[in-house]
Design a protein around this ligand. Sequence first.
Ligand code: SAM
Length: 246
Amino acid sequence: MLTVCPTPIGNLGDVTSRQVAALRAAHTIACEDTRVTGKLLQLIGIQRENGRPRLVSNHDHNESARVEELIALMESGESVVLVSDAGTPGVADPGFRLISAAQDRGIRVDVLPGACAAIVGLVASGFPSDRFEFRGFLSPKSQARRAELESWQGGTLVLYESPQRLKSLLEDVSDVCGDSMVFVGRELTKLHEEHLRGNSAEVLAKVAAKTIKGECVVVLHAPYKEQDDALGRKLVAELVSAGLAP
Ligand code: SAM
């Protein structure tokens, strides 16, 4: 069996009893960084005895090779728990290859609910969340990032960004999607959690005025382009029928 186990994004209080039970019962824990997971186990009082649970690394650079090994363990009856360094595995983190292989092989996959920065940021933004798009990290290069922002069709968009690149991202947002509302959720769930919210120029000015440290989720909201197009077409049709346009 494969259990996908979220871990806190900065607040140890967000560990659930189901997560503790799964980690305690695991034969093997597939981790992004075994040192980070080892530390978490210590903090939540799980003692490793005789190397059990076994910690194996499963990150972007070795996941393809690691999958068959982990599948073989599960097929031999072992319980494997998948974690990443923080938050929900598979969300801008390694995991989907292993989950996909387990599903393909008919291995039971249990996903435990838990911390996910994208969802915490989305809900905190107060922007409409009945429909949203998640794109994780946009390109670090401005030209490619601008093209990605241009392709956004509006609605609510959730992004991850490093504190070093936050200002450049917001400059591009301001240039390319100037009419959008912006929310920055910094250090979510942590002691120094901060929310910045306003139009793109306002949030850019706040970010430019200080040194930003810590992890950030950026949420954008703008009217759907297709709605604009539909409104535009309706207006033209009305003008035409009123004889005011050819
Ligand atoms: N899988 C993780 C999850 O479910 O939240 C996300 C992993 S991704 C590699 C890491 C990014 O998530 C960070 O660069 C930051 O953009 C965002 N992030 C993680 N923890 C955060 C926090 N406490 N506050 C704000 N953003 C956070």
